[in-house]
Design a binder for this molecule. Structure first.
Ligand code: UD1
Length: 427
């Protein structure tokens, strides 16, 4: 198992380029199932989740060709309508094939994703929405089975603005008979990007990016070319890296408008943040000030930046309260940060972080994708060496992170292979 080994203490300086958004690329790839013809996708990030989605689509019968950030995909026929457990358990976003499979091929058998490190993460709203669209949905032997001759447009009021749920239903509605209205839809930019791609393919969608999406069903979709939007979470992570090291970084090829809540928080910590057309420059001035942060659905502060923000608060002047409102179990990075000397107390969905001037490097274990990013940031600020194991979590969503941080002046390397660290006792 690979490990990332880093020595803290370097102020980061320089320019880093952001990759395409993983959370936009995944639904866009899944949506290939909805129509024939070739789709050419650009700015696709080279991360493991994208590889997993490619594998899954291959199993279903898609032709997928990948070359340096570009993916050519076509789904003119399929061999199978089943997303097997072995793939779904490694990536929950596999559930994104559910809507497209039922809509175009009349059937989907998708392993039910289990619990995961950040909480129970049910998919009940995806299923209830598909039932509203006229699919017969059942759960059998750990699999979701959904069937429909042709879906029918409907009014779906989501109980919660679920991101992948909104995407699944929006994709399914593209081929339904009649009009679908999704109320209380999630507003994340990745949903807007998926809709933009679907519209290029002949779908009739309006309102994506607002909480009311209307889809007028069409008979078929054709191929189209599309460039995936930049990854706002990766951009935010590099800005936080600049802030935690007291450095100055220029984050290129991003959309500042997608990062307003993150930029506002970073400014509150005392950093000077300048927004360009497609870049953001952050200049830190000494130790960050403690600020409170509460995660919320977009455009609020993203839960996917919570661990990174907490790492920053570990070295801040003062005490901050970090509140997680999206996922109930998303504090698995806390015990690892505590091993680095951070002073954090968790009470329910709140973490009280008392900033300390010196955190120290330590061997730590990544538990989920964004927790891993938080640990890397803490390592950049820590005294001495930090060794982050289980970096496969990180590889799911960050492209070449050690090269990008190395380019900014971090002392960081990937150590290949080696024995797996002994599992820590959980009793
Ligand atoms: C997506 C993102 C993930 C991000 C999250 C929140 C992708 C591939 N992943 O995950 O990176 O952290 O949005 O911004 O885009 N819920 C239900 N029932 C459902 C669906 C969700 O109760 O059927 C709950 C969840 O448990 C959670 C909340 O709704 O508490 C939000 O989850 P959701 O928006 O669905 O997250 P994902 O789409 O899985």
């Amino acid at each position: 198992m690979d490990r990332i080994v880093l020595t803290g203490g370097n102020k980061l300086h320089g320019t880093v380029r952001v990759s395409g958004a993983k959370n936009a690329a995944l639904p866009i790839l899944a949506s290939a199932i909805l129509g024939g013809g070739e789709c050419l996708l650009g700015n696709v990030p080279g991360v493991v989740d994208v590889v997993t989605m490619g594998k899954l689509l291959g199993i279903l019968g898609a032709s997928v060709k990948t070359e340096e950030g570009r993916v050519a995909i076509s789904v003119d026929r399929i061999h199978s309508t089943e997303a097997p457990y072995d793939l779904v358990r490694t990536m929950r976003a596999s559930v994104l094939v559910l809507g497209p499979l039922v809509a175009r091929w009349g059937e989907a058998i998708v392993s039910l994703p289990g619990g995961c490190a950040i909480g129970t993460r049910p998919v009940n709203l995806h299923l209830a929405g598909l039932s509203k669209l006229g699919a017969e949905v059942a759960i059998e032997h750990g699999y979701i089975r959904a069937k429909a001759k042709r879906l029918r447009g409907a009014r779906i009021a989501l109980e919660l603005p679920t991101v992948t749920g909104t995407e699944n239903l929006m994709m399914a509605a593209c081929l339904a008979e009649g009009t679908t209205v999704i109320e209380n839809a999630a507003k994340e930019p990745e949903i807007g990007d998926l809709a933009a791609f679907l519209v290029k393919r002949g779908a009739k969608i309006s309102g994506a990016g607002t909480d009311l999406i209307t889809v007028e069903g069409v008979r078929a979709l054709h191929g189209a070319d599309h460039e995936v939007i930049p990854d706002r979470i990766e951009a935010g992570t590099y800005l936080a890296a600049g802030a935690i090291t007291g450095g100055e970084v220029n984050v290129e090829h991003c959309r500042p408008a997608h990062l307003e809540a993150v930029i506002a928080k970073l400014r509150e910590t005392g950093a000077t943040v300048t927004e360009g057309k497609d870049s953001i420059r952050l200049k830190a001035s000494g130790r960050p000030r403690a600020v409170d942060a509460k995660t919320f659905v977009y455009p609020g502060f993203p839960t996917d930046m919570q661990a990174q923000m907490m790492a920053l608060m570990c070295v801040a002047e003062g005490t901050s309260v970090i509140t997680e409102t999206v996922f109930e179990g998303r504090f698995t990075h806390v015990p690892e940060l505590q091993r680095m000397g951070a002073d954090i107390k968790v009470d329910g969905n709140q973490a009280v972080v008392k900033g300390t001037e010196n955190i120290t490097g330590a061997p730590v274990m990544a538990s989920d994708l964004r927790a891993s990013a938080g640990l890397i940031l803490a390592g950049l600020a820590a005294e001495g060496i930090t060794e982050v194991s289980r970096v496969y979590h990180l590889d799911r969503g960050y492209e070449k992170i050690e090269q990008k941080l190395g380019g900014l002046g971090a002392t960081i390397k990937r150590v290949k292979g080696g024995a797996a660290p002994a599992a820590r006792a959980t009793a």
